[in-house]
Design a protein around this ligand. Structure first.
Ligand code: ATP
Length: 239
């Protein structure tokens, strides 16, 4: 994996998507400061210089896009297990968030672009190290940070994350999400709790969260019995 560190950019994922056709190997792009970070469905990811890790990793898959549907969840397992190894216990919120004490600590966004043979996945990750009050106000909800990890050598932290991500990516290439479902469920933040699935603010489903299936769909036990929900653009809230 090649690594580039740049002082500032709008979005490391936008940069890698624009460069994907000219890449010949996986590339990790780290920005000291990201000014236009993005989340799902046009939402934004905020960060401030020196207080966050913001990076994207371009990784090529030979498979078609449908094979990548569980990838954001498998990458959540990678981030959570890596932080766990470093001593910070975190949990996963379906489909793509890493939580500490129920607040969002990191976001993972997977975007894809066609490659000559196969597909480039651009994996964007934002991780809060320190969360200044004014940033939390801008985000408009309480969020988590790991100030003790901010004191760790930044290169060592990035190296641990890259190691965890690359290991999961290689495994995912062979097994798809099926091999990660049990690991994801062990880290599930809301297992057995009543949650709501929202689409643009409207409640689509309500039920008891029962983890994910082999395709990364959320299993929900509700009035209609058990249903499986694909990620799409829906959001999850605890009731
Ligand atoms: P939700 O978290 O609302 O269910 P989501 O999981 O789809 O939605 P993402 O698209 O992954 O959210 O991330 C974007 C959202 O994350 C923003 O709308 C904002 O609420 C929140 N956010 C933005 N920056 C940060 C940050 N630095 N730390 C924690 N949360 C943030």
């Amino acid at each position: 994996v090649n690594v580039e560190v740049i002082p500032e950019t709008g979005s490391t994922s936008a940069d890698l998507l624009a460069r994907a056709s000219s890449l010949s190997a996986p590339l990790l792009l780290i920005a000291e400061h990201q000014t236009a970070g993005r989340g799902r469905a046009g939402r934004s990811w905020l960060s401030s210089a020196g207080n966050s890790l913001t990076f994207s990793l371009a990784w090529k898959f030979e498979a078609g896009p449908q094979a990548l549907s569980g990838l954001p969840l498998a990458l959540g397992v990678a981030v959570a297990e890596t932080l766990g190894r470093l001593g910070q216990q975190v949990r996963l919120k379906w489909p793509n968030d890493v939580l500490k004490d129920r607040d969002k600590l990191a976001g993972i966004l997977v975007e894809t672009t066609a490659a000559e043979r196969g597909i480039w996945a651009v994996i964007g990750i934002g991780l809060n190290l320190v969360m200044p009050d004014e940033m939390e106000r801008d985000i408009g909800r309480s969020v988590a940070a790991v100030p003790w990890l901010a004191r760790m050598d930044r290169d060592a932290l990035m190296a641990a994350l890259l190691d965890g991500l690359a290991g999961v990516l290689r495994e995912f290439e062979h097994t798809g999400f099926a091999a990660f479902a049990a690991r994801w469920n062990l880290l599930h933040a809301y297992q057995g709790e009543v949650v709501r699935i929202l689409d643009n603010g409207a409640v689509l489903h309500e039920g008891v969260a029962a983890g994910v299936d082999d395709a990364g769909r959320l299993l929900l036990d509700g009035a209609e019995g058990r249903i499986a929900i694909a990620a799409g653009d829906v959001s999850l809230r605890v009731k």
